[in-house]
Write a protein that binds this ligand. Structure first.
Ligand SMILES: [Zn+2]
Length: 85
């Protein structure tokens, strides 16, 4: 497996940086991992500038719905069951 496989995807966006007026890069997850799903929400994409300015848009916010929480709960219950054997 190459090292790049875990990296985020960068694409040039039309978003202008508020600080330096350069075009910002749009960053998105290559893969949604447990790390993102553990949080109440995550951003499907966000913007990053070479000057260090970062921008999160409310519209890119993804709330983790109850299904995910339920699935994790079940997993924990199964684990505690296994520990009792
Ligand atoms: Zn900038």
């Amino acid at each position: 497996m190459s090292k790049q496989s875990n990296k985020n995807i960068y694409t040039l966006s039309d978003m202008e940086c508020r600080k330096c007026k350069n075009k910002m890069m749009c960053v998105s997850h290559k893969e949604i991992k447990a790390k993102q799903l553990r949080q109440p929400f995550y951003y499907s994409q966000w913007y990053k500038c070479t000057c260090g300015w970062m921008l999160n848009l409310e519209e890119d916010k993804v709330w983790n719905d109850g299904t995910v929480v339920e699935a994790q709960k079940q997993e924990e219950e199964q684990l505690s069951f296994l520990n009792q054997i």
